[in-house]
Every structure is written in structure tokens, then in C-alpha cells.
Design a protein around this ligand. Sequence first.
Ligand code: HEC
Length: 99
Amino acid sequence: MKQLKTFVFVAISFTTISNAYDAEEAKEMYQTDCTKCHDSSVFTRAPKERKVNDIEALKKQVHRCVGATGASWFEEDEENVVQYLDKTFYKFTKEIKKK
Ligand code: HEC
């Protein structure tokens, strides 16, 4: 039983770590690849005017936009920037751990 508890604890800790995002890296990638077509003002429009109103829509939109940039981002980069945009502008999710 003790072993099982240890295992569960380690598994949970690992999940928490991999949920962390790297704000600096996200910001840099965003500024390099994402500011050609629109600036950050599209993220702060009134909810009725903007395209994205939940975290799932944000993920999809970031995926589409990454495709539009022509930059080759890894899935982790996309996720990282989703977290960055959510934390900085949208605030759909509250508990995001910073590295
Ligand atoms: C090729 C042009 C282009 C590039 C480059 C681009 N986007 Fe976009 N993006 C758009 C367009 C067009 C829209 C829709 C704007 C509108 O509705 O006025 C949009 C909208 C968005 C939205 C939704 C805004 C809202 O309404 O809530 C997000 C989020 C977004 N982009 C993220 C990104 C990210 C992250 C990158 C970098 C990977 C990026 N974009 C690069 C064209 C681009």
C-alpha cells in the first residue's frame, strides 16, 4: 500500500511539472512568429467580438495560426503559447504553474 501511495504521488508530481509552461520562451516565440498579421489587441476584444471564448477554442485557433505562420513549431510550443496567451490575456484557466 505504501508503494502504491508513493507511485501515485510521483505520478501526480510529474503531471504537475509537465503542466508548467515557460513564459519567457512563449513570449519570445509569440513575438517572433505571431505578430505579422495581428497584434495582441485581438486577444482583448470584447468577448462578443473575439473568436475565442474558451480554452479549447484557443487551442484550435493557435493551431490554425501556427499553420498560417509557416513556422515549424512542436506541439509543446503550441501548448506553451496557449498557456501564455491564456495567462496573459484570456484567463480561461486559473491555476497555471510557472516554471
Ligand atoms: C498569416 C496571418 C496570421 C499569423 C502569422 C498569425 N495569425 Fe492569429 N489570427 C489571424 C487572423 C486572420 C485571425 C482572426 C482575426 C480577427 O478575427 O479579426 C487571427 C486570430 C487569432 C486569435 C483569436 C483572437 C480572438 O479573436 O480571440 C488567436 C488566439 C491567434 N490569432 C493567435 C495567433 C498565434 C499564437 C500566432 C503565432 C503562432 C498567430 N496568431 C499568427 C491571422 C494570423
